[in-house]
Write a protein that binds this ligand. Structure first.
Ligand SMILES: [Zn+2]
Length: 282
């Protein structure tokens, strides 16, 4: 599942490519994917792309917005004048565009097209009035996230109130949004904290280190365009590269880059692959 750096990378590219385009027509190939009346957005001009947790919101100048969650395998691919010389489409775009997995096509003015592909079909697109977007239940329920409300004080407060294991708390999207599995592993290694440590037992200095580490790994993730481990691709049709720059995630059996005294071990915590150095994350 895409995490904050992937969805943020998607938002940045969608905004760059779509802003200024007018929607000319919408072709819905799978009605379950698309909720609402597509006629409401035809003729609207795209003015902004926002993000609330993992949901992207494409705002139009006609008081309507397009909300979308790509879930496990959803992919947005843009082709048109705002991407004058696209590179070869990633092989992760199964079937190409348009192809057998293209579920929705947004035809734009100036020969632009936005394709939505989704092999597993868990993703969704919904049309809603812009003024109602922030009243959505899932947005109201969102916890604070790094870069948006999750200050060091808020972070400290959340950790001090629970004895659950730190890695599980970091990934609890109702406590705090944005930190998924890859980045939780890397941030804990960077701050030398064992993933099983009860959150409230972490001292103030280590909490500060962890907070800084989270911001750092997320920023590096965004810099590399997110991680394209499974189906994630960016709207230019390319892949993110963070998976080639992870610190411990996916490095089982490799020597620890910091202490060189142990190899990275892997175990499962809450069903998720957890990587750590037994020597420097005691
Ligand atoms: Zn180590």
């Amino acid at each position: 599942m895409p995490e904050l750096p992937e969805v943020e990378t998607m938002r940045l590219q969608l905004k760059k490519f779509l802003a200024g385009h007018k929607i000319v027509s919408v072709e819905v190939k799978n009605s379950k994917t698309f909720q609402g009346d597509e006629k409401k957005i035809v003729g609207g001009r795209i003015i902004d792309v926002r993000r609330f947790g993992k949901v992207s919101v494409i705002d139009l100048n006609n008081k309507y917005s397009i909300l979308t969650h790509v879930k496990l395998t959803g992919q947005y691919i843009y082709r048109g004048p705002n991407l004058p010389s696209p590179e070869k489409l990633s092989t992760k775009v199964t079937g190409g565009v348009p192809g057998p997995h293209t579920l929705v096509i947004f035809n734009l003015d100036r020969n632009g097209v936005l394709y939505y592909n989704d092999v597993r079909r868990f993703g969704w697109i919904r049309i809603e009035k812009t003024k109602d977007v922030e009243k959505e239940k899932f947005i109201v329920k969102l916890g604070p996230e790094p870069f948006k409300g999750l200050t060091l004080d808020v972070f400290q407060e959340i950790l001090s109130k629970t004895s659950r294991m730190i890695k599980v708390v970091l990934m609890d999207q109702e406590k705090m949004g944005g930190v998924g599995n890859i980045y939780a592993n890397d941030a804990l290694w960077l701050s030398q904290i064992n993933p099983k440590t009860p959150a409230k037992d972490i001292d103030r200095e280590s909490v500060q280190k962890l907070y800084g580490a989270i911001l750092k790994v997320l920023n590096v993730g965004i810099k590399y365009g997110g991680a394209s481990e499974l189906a994630f691709v960016t709207p230019d049709g390319r892949e993110g590269k963070y998976q080639k720059h992870t610190l411990v995630y996916g490095h089982e059996g490799d020597p620890c880059e910091r202490c060189h005294k142990s190899v990275i071990k892997k175990f499962f915590l809450g069903g998720r692959g957890t990587y750590f150095c037994p020597n420097c994350q005691k």
